[in-house]
Design a protein around this ligand. Sequence first.
Ligand SMILES: [Ca+2]
Ligand SMILES: [Ca+2]
Length: 406
Amino acid sequence: MSTRKPSKPTHARLNTNVTLTTAFNSTTAAPGFIDQLLNKIPLPRWAIYAILALILLVFLVCILCICIKCCCKGKKQKKKKKPDQQINLKDVNGSTTTALVQPDVDAEYGSADKNRGRILYSLEHNAQTSELTVGIKEASALKAMDFGGSSDPYVKVYCLPKKSKTYESKVFRKTLNPVFNEHFKFQISQADLSESTLVAQVYDFNRFSKHDIIGELRLQLGTVDWNHVIEEWKDLNEPSKFEQENLGEICFSLRYVPTANKLTIVILEAKNLKDMDINGSSDPYVKAQLILDKKKWKKKKTSVKKKTLNPYFNESFTFDVSFEQIQKLQLVISVWDHDKLSRNDAMGKIFLGCDSTGNQLRHWADMLSNPRRPVAQWHSLLSAEQVDSTLALKHSIRIPFTNKVF
Ligand SMILES: [Ca+2]
Ligand SMILES: [Ca+2]
């Protein structure tokens, strides 16, 4: 306290506020240097202290702000990391492990990635007893569907188009390499084998949510060489978007006469149609529609057959179609259930044309290569949604200008 005295007189004279400076002097014990420095500042002591306190406060607030910002940034980066990982994983799909793919399960669902894993199956057909034995042996490197990089796999097995029986294997908890060793038996005659498809779908069991499909195997049994023992590994594919349930079959004949530009369709019969009404039956009729340049062009309908799942129509439609048109035409055959009181329901659909596939393409090609001759064939009906999405029809919106004659 005595140290302040030598410098005080000059400063006191400058500031005149002697009482205040002495009040500060009595409470602070600053060393001589700081005291001299403070005395040189042409401000009262209380003001200097107030400024210092303010600076300190601002400094502390700044530090606090920086700390908070750092913490938030850390969290944000953690959140951001996921999408980054997803993008990277997609780029290097082939080399990532199933565990790494786990975070973006939803984003990849339905995509054509090849990391769904593999399945070891066996096949055996006994022609005498018409018994098909499907062995589901094991699966490996399955895609992880759960948090924690694992899955709870089980397999569903059935045969199309009948789908009379669907088997399920046991569920294996928390593994990507389950050993099932289960066998499932189906009754399929030798003749029906060529038209049948075996489907084995691997699912991830979840106790509290929908089971996710990991991948599936689809085998056209008509292409299998039954003279050998069949036991092999196959990659699981992405699940087909639309399940080919048994929607029944339809038989019709096609005839094209190029010289007359006439396409004749005879709707013959349908069988094993789906029951759409409460009485366990349906009231089917068939629509034949021509699509040209992705637009609905012409259509004809058969009569309605009441209360039957196996209707017989034998009704014929003839359309004028030029040779140029027939090459880019699509013929859509659909079966509908007539309802008196509500909207008619689509029971099944197929389309034929140069851009169709399988059985339908074969029928269309047979018609074109046999002009003037009617070619009849049976077809398995597909879901209307499936066919519609394949056709991706343009809606024929009428814009006023299109009617104008230029
Ligand atoms: Ca699971
Ligand atoms: Ca009906």
